[in-house]
Write a protein that binds this ligand. Structure first.
Ligand SMILES: C[S@@+](CC[C@H](N)C(=O)[O-])C[C@H]1O[C@@H](n2cnc3c(N)ncnc32)[C@H](O)[C@@H]1O
Length: 839
């Protein structure tokens, strides 16, 4: 990376130019812009305190970005040129006076955001500079703790130094989130970084030591340098830079090689120094001279000593061995000679290899562990990311995310939602149907024995949950669709009224009717859970006043068979429309029943199941009971039908007037009319491969989708198709509603006129004072006057000039119809007419 020049033209980088272009007073403006882009704290702030604001570019950014009428206060040691909508004053932020001035400006307000971009007079020693910076940041933090609102944001500039970590620790105590970042516009050569602290905790009492530079920066002892790591693992690069060590301001350090031989802590020397020197001082060092001349001090050893910072573990080992040998030669105690004193030193040297091995082993295990953890974390993050994407695409519900984590909702916890979710209870709770939830749960308990249900089939847990989730998602999808699609709403409403298309007698319908019977027979038997469920269903059915009639047909199907075309077919009506039969006399009924019985006997061969026979028998008995009860139910049914139904059922000659709207129906009608098909054929067709499908326990979404396709294809003839087409064309050819209404109005008015005329003529005719001739002439006059068209009043043309110029509304003194015209246009029109006449 190319290093930018710190002085002269090098400073005038793109941000400098951009700042000039945009009218910002300093390039620093972009630092705030970039920080705000990342964390978005300015848009939601109404009060901002900018500490160390001169020349004022941050204030400019605030004024631009914050909502209108926000309060911005800028303070600096240096004067700040006035900025509109910004209060500025000159003060030292470390003083009590500054604090008081801010208080007078803010009155009772609290700041949503405190910014600090202060830089003390830099240019002295680096350590001093960085310390001053950290101290200044701490002072600004002190002001922030006083003026920030709870949950507010504090942004400060700091330099990376040994004080940085202490400062960060303090910030972490006071804010919920602390982010250290370096915006792109901050120069790479600058050690500055910005710390954005979000969510001020606003503690009631803050320990004064927390904001005291002396205790914050000095109390914490600097950690001892890890020289072992440097020597045993020199290849491992250090990622975390901590700045300069306390008291260590020299970059290059060297020590006499003899010191290395004599020391009891050779590792410290190898870790801290850059070079082991053999250079002789003026007075001379005997030990060093001897060392220099030793044959053990080979060229390789000299080379290693020349730059310790580039050595690897092998080289360090070499130096340590060399040191031991020299110590032996010089007579210093070593592990071989050390039978007596200086056990401490011997121990260090002795354990070198073993320790090295242990260290290595430890390091390896640690590395392995951390890489494993990292991998797991990454996997987890990827999974979560995928979940989020799935959720954004409406493929999953938000509650799935994070469910895998243990916690109040995790496995085995009291509030575990996973198990609850399996029972569809979550959705019901969300809909507020608590009573049902309780009912279902107690029932479950009763069924399975308390405490046993959850544990019996652990392996099915996830499958069940998945199915439940799918069901819930499908319900949501349907609700969403219903909300946006009027057609779908109408369809749903029809469904709720039991007005489905007839797809033959389905297994489920049979079951339903069986269940109902069973309930009637033994309503008290509720020990069986299925029976309970059915009871629940039948309860709902009672409220829904659209009985699924005993013939097993939907309303729509019944309506279909009520059409005129089917009336002539003997037996069909009796079987399908029970209400109609109420009006017929007893004889007819008996005949019909006989026919029905015959039909049943005839079709016995065709019907494969005994169940069906039972069903037909039930139908018959139901029919009889209805007859016994009289017309009560029919009347009730008619009363409770909705307007749509009433309209549909508008009766013609006591029979419903239902239109044939599909080609299938038309084909069927033709076939029935021509005798190509009988009622038995129709019944027979009801038993198709789809009719007895087992739909038990299948999810709604699956049944709905299946329902669209598992229908027998009914044949249609060309004639029927064209007849329907013709019919539709006739429908489309009808005048639109407005025209029809206008025509009806006209007719109505004419009828009213005629009525009036009649009355007048009657009066004239009854006038005894008039002769017959007179009467006749006056009536003739009346009639001719009525027949005469009223002359429409001509439109009066009014010039839009003088008082009428630009007038909106009726001009003064004008009655009747009028039209405002431009006088020039009028003239021009006249002229045109004149010219045309002349031609
Ligand atoms: C980098 S400048 C700030 C730039 C400013 N954010 C802007 O956008 O224009 C640093 C400022 O800190 C101010 N400063 C340093 N120590 C201060 C103190 N104790 N009180 C007030 N201001 C101080 C300096 O006067 C200097 O103007």
């Amino acid at each position: 990376m190319a290093i930018q020049k710190k002085h002269g033209k090098g400073r005038l980088d793109k941000w400098y130019k951009l700042a000039k272009e945009k009218g910002y007073r300093a390039r620093a403006a972009f630092k705030l812009i970039q920080l705000n882009k990342k964390y978005g704290f300015l848009e939601k702030s109404k009060v901002v305190l900018d500490l160390c604001a001169a020349p004022g570019s941050w204030c400019q950014v605030c004024a631009e970005t914050m909502p209108r009428d926000s309060i911005i206060i800028g303070v600096d040691l240096a004067p700040i040129k006035a900025i509109s909508k910004v209060i500025t004053f000159q003060s030292d932020i470390t003083t009590e006076k500054c604090r008081a001035t801010i208080r007078t400006h803010l009155k009772t307000w609290k700041a949503d955001c405190v910014l600090h971009d202060g830089a003390p007079n830099v240019g002295t020693a680096w350590v001093q500079d960085s310390y001053n910076q950290a101290e200044l940041a701490l002072h600004s933090l002190k002001l922030a703790t006083e003026f920030l609102v709870e949950g507010g944001t504090f942004v400060t500039k700091v330099f990376r130094s040994k004080d940085y970590n202490s400062l960060l620790w303090v910030l972490n105590q006071l804010f919920t989130k602390v982010h250290a970042t370096k915006p792109p516009s901050s120069r790479n050569v600058s050690a500055e970084i910005f710390v954005v602290c979000l969510g001020f905790k606003a503690p009631k009492r803050i320990d004064p030591r927390l904001l005291d530079p002396r205790s914050v920066f000095e109390d914490l002892a600097a950690p001892a340098p890890n020289n072992e790591a440097k020597v045993y693992n020199p290849e491992v690069k250090k990622r975390k830079r901590e700045g300069y060590e306390e008291g260590e301001y020299i970059q290059f350090k060297e020590i006499a090689a003899s010191e290395f031989i004599q020391t009891t802590d050779p590792i410290a020397i190898l870790g801290q120094y850059n070079r082991l020197a053999f250079d002789q001082a003026k007075n001379g060092d005997v030990a060093l001279a001897a060392l220099d001349r030793l044959p053990e001090t080979t060229d390789e050893i000299r080379l290693c000593c020349a730059d310790l910072k580039v050595l690897g573990r092998k080289e360090f080992k070499l130096l340590l061995k060399w040191r031991l040998r020299v110590r032996e030669i010089f007579g210093f105690p070593t592990k071989k000679t050390a039978k007596t004193p200086l056990a401490e030193e011997v121990a260090v040297v002795e354990n070198m290899d073993e320790e090295l091995m242990i260290q290595e082993e430890l390091q390896r295990i640690k590395d392995k562990e951390s890489s494993k953890k990292k991998k797991e974390r990454r996997k987890e993050n990827e999974k979560k990311q995928k979940e989020i994407v799935r959720m954004q695409m409406n493929m999953t519900a938000p509650m799935d995310i994070g469910m895998e984590q243990e916690g109040p909702m995790g496995d085995g916890s009291m509030f575990r939602l996973k198990a609850l979710d399996q029972t569809d209870t979550m959705r019901r709770i969300a809909k507020g149907k608590m009573t049902k939830v309780v009912e279902t749960d107690t029932r479950r308990d009763r069924d399975s024995g308390i405490g046993s249900s959850g544990d019996t089939d652990e392996s099915d847990d996830d499958g069940d949950r998945l199915e439940q989730e799918l069901d819930n998602m499908y319900d949501d999808y349907r609700e969403r669709k219903a909300a946006s699609d009027a057609k779908y709403r109408a369809k749903k409403a029809r469904k709720e009224h039991g007005d489905d298309e007839w797809e033959g007698v389905s297994a489920s319908e049979e079951e339903d009717s069986d269940d109902e019977d069973a309930l009637q027979e033994d309503s008290s038997d509720d020990s069986d859970s299925e029976g309970d469920e059915d009871a629940g269903k039948s309860l709902l059915r009672d409220l829904d006043n659209t009985p699924n009639d005993e013939s097993g047909l939907s309303k729509r199907a019944r309506g279909f068979f009520n059409q005129d075309v089917f009336q002539s077919i003997p037996g069909l009506l009796d079987e399908l429309d029970l209400e109609e039969e109420e009006d017929e006399d007893e004889e007819d009924e008996d005949e019909d029943e006989e026919e029905e019985d015959d039909a049943m006997e005839e079709s016995d061969d065709d019907i494969p199941t005994i169940e069906e026979q039972r069903k037909l028998r039930k139908e018959k008995s139901a029919l009889k009971s209805k007859k016994d009860n009289g017309s009560f139910e029919v009347a009730k049914q008619a009363e409770e039908d909705d307007w749509e139904e009433t309209e549909k059922k508008a009766k013609k000659d006591g029979k419903p007037n239902i239109d044939i709207v599909t080609a299938e129906a038309m084909t069927l009608a033709h076939q029935l009319a021509l005798g190509e098909k009988s009622v038995h054929d129709i019944m027979d067709e009801g038993y198709n491969k789809y009719a007895f499908k087992d739909r038990d326990g299948l999810p709604d979404w699956f049944l709905d989708d299946e329902g669209r396709h598992d229908k027998p294809h009914k044949p249609i003839t060309k004639e029927a198709a064209s007849a329907i087409k013709e019919k539709l064309r006739a429908y489309n050819a009808r005048p639109i509603k407005k025209v029809a209404e206008a025509r009806a109005r006209k007719k109505f008015k004419q009828a009213q006129k005629l009525e009036k005329l009649k009355k007048k003529a009657d009066l004239l005719a009854g006038d005894e004072g008039m002769s017959e001739k007179e009467k006749a002439t006056s009536i003739a006059k009346l009639i001719s006057a009525a027949g005469r068209k009223k002359r429409r009043q001509p439109v009066k043309v009014v010039k839009a000039q003088g008082l009428n110029r630009g007038l909106s509304g009726r001009p003064k003194g004008v009655k009747g119809r009028y039209k405002m015209v431009d006088p020039r246009m009028k003239k021009e029109m006249r002229a045109l007419k004149r010219v045309a006449k002349r031609k």
